[in-house]
Design a protein around this ligand. Structure first.
Ligand code: SAM
Length: 218
């Protein structure tokens, strides 16, 4: 299988099950025009996040890593009236683009974008959180998992993106800070009696990567 095939299959899935959405497309275009990296989740991954949030009836969502607000829009659309989403972003320029994208998508009033270093912002986030999406700097994932667990309600979910990195996570010769952060996070999850978890490899238009899904036990 090649990247070309993975992309073709993703396009088939989008056509079959994840129809194009003007607000989401506009968010990607605005992010691109602002010179931001094309590292948002793929449409079918955004839909997965939304389905997970809807499945657990999420009313409070935390996202670590906003970029242009693409995954934020997917998640915010899962919220019922009165729901709330807090998303954390380091770069003011990215947060500005995200604010415009969220307002244009009609979910701006549900979303609180907090600007700064996620590790500094997390102690000020109010729990309980129903679903946390971790999608920022992998080196800090051990701490992000611990903070997400502290904030989560029993029965909540923690979803962590980019946990495979084209297989690097399973390559013992790779001892980069990013990969060591991912392995340490998985060690913490495995040793934590309050959670149960699995991880899935993903292939598609974004290459070969993966998601870890953690259930905080009721
Ligand atoms: N969740 C977004 C989506 O799918 O549309 C993509 C997020 S992008 C992969 C990662 C984001 O995390 C970037 O916007 C980056 O600036 C932000 N980020 C990275 N390290 C951070 C940190 N330490 N604190 C806050 N934000 C951070």
């Amino acid at each position: 299988m090649t990247q070309e095939t993975w992309t073709e299959v993703d396009e088939y899935i989008f056509d079959a099950l994840v129809p194009s959405d003007p607000a989401l497309e506009a968010a990607l275009t605005a992010s691109d025009e602002a010179g931001m990296p094309a590292i948002a989740v793929a449409p079918n991954q955004g839909k997965l996040l939304q389905l997970l949030a809807r499945t657990i009836g999420a009313r409070s969502i935390l996202e670590i890593g906003t970029l242009g607000g693409y995954s934020t829009i997917w998640l915010a659309r899962a919220l019922p009236p009165g729901g709330r989403l807090v998303t954390l972003e380091y770069y003011p320029k990215f947060a500005d683009v995200a604010r415009k994208n969220l307002d244009a998508a009609g979910v701006g009033d549900l979303v609180d974008i907090r600007l700064g270093e996620a590790l500094d912002l997390l102690p000020g986030v109010e729990g309980p959180i129903d679903l946390t999406f971790v999608d920022a700097d992998r080196v800090n994932n051990p701490a992000y998992f611990q903070e997400a667990l502290r904030l989560s309600r029993p029965g909540g979910l923690i979803v962590i993106d980019n946990v495979v990195r084209a297989g690097a996570v399973a390559d013992p010769s790779n001892t980069s800070d990013e990969i060591m952060g991912l392995r340490r996070m998985h060690e913490l999850i495995a040793a934590e009696p309050r959670v149960d978890a699995t991880a899935l490899q993903t292939v598609g238009m974004k290459g070969h990567d993966g998601l870890t899904i953690v259930l905080v036990k009721a």
